[in-house]
Each structure stands twice: as structure tokens, then as C-alpha cells.
Design a protein around this ligand. Structure first.
Ligand code: ZN
Length: 497
């Protein structure tokens, strides 16, 4: 059975803007692409779906996220610097992992995203082996592809410094709480790798790429060299990927110099961690000298611009627009809403701040869109040969945008010019313009609504969970984290001198 999806405009990417375009889909793959009338004649019995008002393009890949279902601001967690914000995260109500993944998967699909990277935030470390399969099932039921990585940390869980000395410096009434936060997870490295292996065996789908299981020593400062090396070795053995948070804040950069007298990237090189298997999220504080090394080692990097603004981490502008950079929402979009289009727009503007020599931002729009497509697909799922483009042989992952709505009621019919369509989209599109989304030949969103799961029912279940939350306990946790914050600020402020 062949389906034909057609539109008045298309951005097949890497090709140029097309008019009256169509793709034929069979068995989850694109089998033909090109002129609409030609495909209609070639497949006279095919089911047809589309319209002249639409723009057809590949689905986006969200290269770094946490699948928390609801933005942290919506759950009462104030934005702060990362080092103070992370302790505060424990004060958000726990949403069961299936509901969180299903709901977040739906929100991302409605944003035109067809594949996401999920860095798991466990409700408890002990419960993580049980949480992961439920979370994976939530994404599967929603229909979005997921590169799933359970996290592991084994040091510096409270501060990236001598934790005993830090705790001793605190007022006595804060010390017991701080000591709890400074305790690493109750896993050995072997037990963690065994968990990844178990998930890999049960869920990794190397054929259709619906689920990839990856490994995540969660961030350089939180992980021993032994943990990072064991993770890299496992990923290489399994032909999968490693995802880490890296150089998100200036204090993480300073930690590396204080610990090894060299940059974090140099240190990762020295322990053999850099390679084309590695994805580094954030990378706000990368040293300029390390750029070439990262390129040589073909390390993937993810730009998380909203998150970096909200947590006051900074603005990376130097390394971008190269083919090893991807885009990720980090579950922390500017409007707390998982809008990938707006994230792209923000990143597009911010990335170019320090590039006044370039003639026009608009001229780079097509190259920029590819970051959210081909580059993000490769950096999130590795080179599968199937994702991030729209041409014969590729997976049928695509979005239909209501281009009439993007253009606005005032626009004459011949506006914008074809060459200006990519920039026009980047200037004006948002998730409300995403009308239909297909993943692997399966419709997940039609007319702006999720058709794989009952979104209202899932939202209702989440609302019930939140209504039943223990307000007293959460208030106590928030109070404890707020009490710690000035001491954490003071510790790191001293590093800046
Ligand atoms: Zn993150």
C-alpha cells in the first residue's frame, strides 16, 4: 500500500525549495519523491493526503532533552544558575515516567519533532531500572523515535569541590541535608553498565531506529574517569553513542583547570573519550583552542540556547554552523513549551551575534535548518542513513506546515520568493503552524492533534498526580534548596577572583 503526501511547497533538504511536490511512502520508507503530478500518475491507486496550502519538510530531531513532560517553571521551580537550580529540581512533583514520556513525546511531535534524545532524570536512583522501560514505552506509544540514555554520576554531586570542606563550612542546621545531596547513587560502574546492557538487549532497534539505547556519564565534573572510560568502551562495543553534559557553566570550565591544569576537552582526549561516538550538550564554555580537536575527533555538539539563557549559563557563538552541531531543547525552551521552531529562531539569531562580518543572516537560513535536521539526526542517532532528510530510501519522517498561516492574511500570493522560503520560515513559524506529522510512515499528529494517544486523558492523569502531590514535603525540599543556594553561590563566586 502506497501513500502519497503532497504540498504546494516543499523543503526536501538537502535539495532546494520545490513547488507542487510529493513523496510516495511504503513500508515506513519514502520510495519516490518529486513532482506531484508525476507521482500521482505513477501511483494512481495510492492514498493521497496533503494540500496546496502546506509546506512539506523532514521532521526535526531534538538532540538533547529530559522528557520531563512539563517545564520546570510551570512546576514552580525558578530559573537560577545551574549549580543552584539542580538542587531545586528535587522540589518538583514526580510525574510517573510513562506519563511524562508520553506527554512530552506528544508535545514534541506537535512541534514537528520526530526523534528526541532523552537524558533520564530519575525520581530515585534505586528506582531507575524500573523507570527506564516505562519511559521508553511512553515514547513508543506516542510514536516518536527516542535515543534513550540513563544517566550516571559518581562524584561531586553537590558541588564540584571538596564536598566535606564545603559541608563543614555550612551552618549546622544545613549540614545533614547537604550530606544527603553529596551522596553518590547506590550503583557501581559495573551495575550501571549492566543496566545499559539490559536496556540495549531489550529495546535497541538497529533496524528501524525507533529506540536507541545509549550511555550517559551525565557530566564531566560529576563523573570519574573510570566511569567515563567504561561508558565509552561499552558504547564502542555496542556501536551506540555516549551523551554527556559538558562545559555548561563557567564553573565547570574552571573545575577542569583547577583539577588537571588543562581544559575539559584536553582531559577527555587524554583519557580516550573523544570520538565520533560522543555527543556533548551545551558546550557554552569551550576553549577556542579545542575547536579543531573536537572537529578532528568528529565529536557532536548540541546547542541548547534557551536553556543556556534561562540558567544564565552564557551564549556560545564561536563553534557553530559547522556540521557537527545539533539543536536541543533540554526540556527548557524559552516559553517552557517545547517549541522547536522558536528554539531554532532563537539559536539562529544568537549564534550569529559575533559574526557581523557575514553579510546576511537570512542567507544562512537553509544551512541553519539543516542543523535541526541532518546534523541533529546524525548527532542523536549516529549515522543511520535513514533520518534527517526527505528522499527515496529514507524513513518517512515528515511534517506538514500550514504555510498560508505562516505567511499571514496580508501576504500576496507570490510572497515570499522561493529562495526566501527558508528564512521566512525561520522568522515566522512556530509550533502552532505544524499541522500533520508522520514518523516511519505512521501519522502521529493530524490537524494539530495527536492521533496515537489520547492527549487529554494523559493530561488529566498528570493533573491528578499534581493535585495529589504532598505540598508540605515539596515546600520543605524547596526551602532546603533555597537555604543552600547562597552558600553554593559564594563557593563559586570565589573561583572567579
Ligand atoms: Zn540537559
Amino acid at each position: 500500500m502506497v501513500d502519497i503526501i503532497y504540498a504546494g511547497l516543499a523543503l526536501p533538504l538537502p535539495g532546494k525549495v520545490q513547488t507542487d511536490y510529493a513523496v510516495a511512502v511504503e513500508g515506513g520508507r519514502i520510495v519516490a519523491a518529486g513532482d506531484r503530478a508525476t507521482l500521482f500518475a505513477q501511483y494512481p491507486d495510492a492514498e493521497r493526503f496533503g494540500g496546496r496550502e502546506y509546506l512539506l519538510m523532514p521532521g526535526f530531531i531534538n538532540a538533547h532533552d529530559h522528557g520531563r513532560a512539563i517545564g520546570s517553571a510551570s512546576l514552580g521551580i525558578r530559573d537560577d544558575i545551574l549549580e543552584c537550580w539542580l538542587p531545586m529540581l528535587g522540589a518538583q512533583p514526580h510525574i510517573p515516567p510513562y506519563l511524562a514520556a508520553a506527554y512530552d513525546g506528544i508535545q514534541q511531535l506537535k512541534s514537528g519533532i520526530t526523534g528526541t534524545a532523552h537524558s533520564h532524570n530519575p525520581a530515585s536512583w534505586e528506582g531507575m531500572p524500573d523507570e527506564c522501560p516505562r519511559s521508553i514505552q511512553g515514547y513508543r506509544d506516542a510514536g516518536i523515535r527516542v535515543a534513550f540514555h540513563p544517566p550516571m554520576i559518581d562524584q561531586n554531586t553537590l558541588v564540584y569541590a571538596d564536598q566535606d570542606a564545603f559541608i563543614a563550612s555550612l551552618p549546622p542546621e544545613l549540614q545533614a541535608d547537604a550530606r544527603g545531596r553529596a551522596t553518590p547513587p547506590p550503583f557501581t560502574i559495573d551495575e550501571y553498565i549492566a543496566l545499559c546492557e539490559d536496556l540495549y538487549t531489550r529495546f535497541h532497534d538497529a533496524e528501524h531506529h525507533t529506540v536507541h539505547i545509549q550511555v550517559s556519564p551525565a557530566g564531566g565534573q560529576w563523573c570519574s574517569d573510570d566511569l567515563i572510560v567504561a561508558s565509552v568502551e561499552w558504547a564502542k562495543r555496542r556501536g551506540t553513542r555516549v551523551q554527556m553534559h559538558m562545559l555548561e557553566t563557567q564553573y565547570q570550565r574552571l573545575y577542569a583547570y583547577r583539577t588537571w591544569g588543562k581544559s575539559f576537552i584536553r582531559h577527555l582526549e587524554d583519557i580516550g573519550a573523544l570520538g565520533n561516538w560522543l555527543t556533548l550538550a551545551h558546550m557554552v564554555w569551550m576553549d577556542e583552542e579545542d575547536r579543531e580537536l573536537l572537529g578532528d575527533r568528529r565529536v557532536g555538539m548540541v546547542h541548547n540556547v534557551s536553556s543556556n539563557l534561562r540558567l544564565r549559563s552564557g551564549i556560545p557563538t564561536r563553534y557553530l554552523l559547522v556540521d557537527n552541531t545539533a539543536i536541543g531543547l533540554d526540556g527548557h525552551a524559552l516559553d517552557d513549551d517545547q517549541d522547536y521552531w522558536r528554539e531554532l529562531r532563537l539559536a539562529w539569531k544568537v549564534m550569529m551575534l559575533k559574526r557581523p562580518a557575514l553579510p546576511s543572516l537570512d542567507g544562512l537560513a537553509e544551512a541553519f535548518l539543516k542543523l535541526g535536521l541532518m546534523a541533529s539526526a546524525r548527532i542523536t542517532f549516529g549515522y543511520t542513513g535513514l533520518l534527517g532528510r526527505m528522499e527515496p530510501g529514507m524513513a518517512a519522517d515528515m511534517q506538514l506546515i500550514d504555510f498560508d498561516a505562516v505567511r499571514g492574511a496580508w501576504a500576496p500570493d507570490d510572497y515570499p520568493e522561493l529562495d526566501d522560503v527558508p528564512a521566512f520560515l525561520l522568522h515566522r513559524a512556530n509550533k502552532s503552524h505544524v499541522r500533520h506529522v508522520m514518523v516511519g510512515g505512521r501519522w502521529c499528529v493530524r490537524d494539530g492533534q495527536c492521533v496515537t494517544l489520547d492527549e487529554a486523558a494523559i493530561a488529566g492523569e498528570i493533573r491528578a498526580v499534581l493535585a495529589a502531590r504532598d505540598r508540605g514535603v515539596l515546600r520543605e525540599r524547596r526551602h532546603a534548596a533555597a537555604q543552600l543556594a547562597p552558600h553554593i553561590r559564594r563557593l563559586y563566586a570565589a573561583w572567579e577572583q
